[in-house]
Design a binder for this molecule. Structure first.
Ligand SMILES: CC(=O)[C@@H](O)[C@H](O)COP(=O)(O)O
Ligand SMILES: NCC(=O)COP(=O)(O)O
Length: 232
């Protein structure tokens, strides 16, 4: 069974458009859980463009595990260590980006990441690293002894030539190094199907497409359809 983590960032995008309290990302998370989501993912960005600190505190109280996406900054590590979500996924972040553009460059910052990962693990948090499907990055993640990596599927989702083969090769390296394999970014009802073949895939984190589809067909329907698609 492949777990579905539903990212509810863009419910908060719509909420913040008018500066009010609706739609409530926590209500969205509750509906997603009711429809079969195995976990909730939310990205507390440095600029708080969508998810806010108060959202994370309320999401933590829900029945499903919270995957706290964050940049590996002192600020975010302190917030996560205090909140103690089920999991943290360390992602790269640039204020000027529209969305996460690439994977975390783990190989270039092993010494800087190590104490932050330890602090999160000491708080009882399962740490994952959001990385490109790149052998060097996977080996660097192994060096940091994280239990999970999430492969960035954005290049594949945007039709990159050879990107599925790149993910397949990366997934085999993840399996060889005995790391748990997650994947996410840009996945839809259509392009998720080939991703299911990745060896030992345990979790998919999907957000923007599900929230977009929910605008027309409802969130419960969208989450249930995705859950059924990834576990035929
Ligand atoms: C890490 C990842 O691919 C997504 O969760 C992304 O971080 C979402 O961030 P935005 O919702 O701000 O695009
Ligand atoms: N880590 C991927 C995620 O949480 C959702 O990404 P997207 O589906 O919003 O592109």
């Amino acid at each position: 069974m492949i777990r579905l983590g539903v990212n509810i960032d863009h419910v908060a995008t719509l909420r913040n458009a008018r500066g009010g309290n609706y739609p409530d990302p926590v209500e969205a998370a509750q509906l997603a859980i009711k429809a079969g989501a195995d976990g909730i993912t939310a990205h507390l960005r440095e600029d708080r463009r969508h998810i806010r600190d108060a959202d994370m505190a309320r999401l933590k109280e829900l029945s499903a595990p919270l995957n706290f996406e964050m940049a590996a900054t002192e600020e975010m590590v302190d917030i996560a260590a205090r909140l103690k979500p089920h999991a943290c996924c360390l992602v790269p972040e640039k204020r000027e980006e529209v969305t996460t553009e690439g994977g975390l460059n783990v190989a270039s910052q092993i010494n800087a990441l190590h104490p932050k990962i330890l602090k999160l693990q000491d708080a009882g948090i399962r740490v994952s690293l959001f990385i490109d499907p790149d052998i060097e990055q996977i080996r660097a993640a192994k060096e940091l002894n994280v239990p999970v990596v999430e492969l960035h599927t954005g290049a594949y989702a945007h039709g990159g030539v050879g990107e599925l083969e790149r993910l397949e090769k990366a997934a085999k390296e993840v399996e060889k190094l005995e790391i748990e394999l997650h994947a996410g970014h840009g996945l839809t009802f259509e392009n998720v199907i080939p991703i299911l073949q990745l060896p030992k895939l345990k979790e998919l984190n999907i957000g923007h497409f599900l929230i977009s589809n929910a605008v027309f067909y409802g969130l419960g329907y969208s989450v249930k359809k995705m859950k059924d698609l990834i576990n035929p």
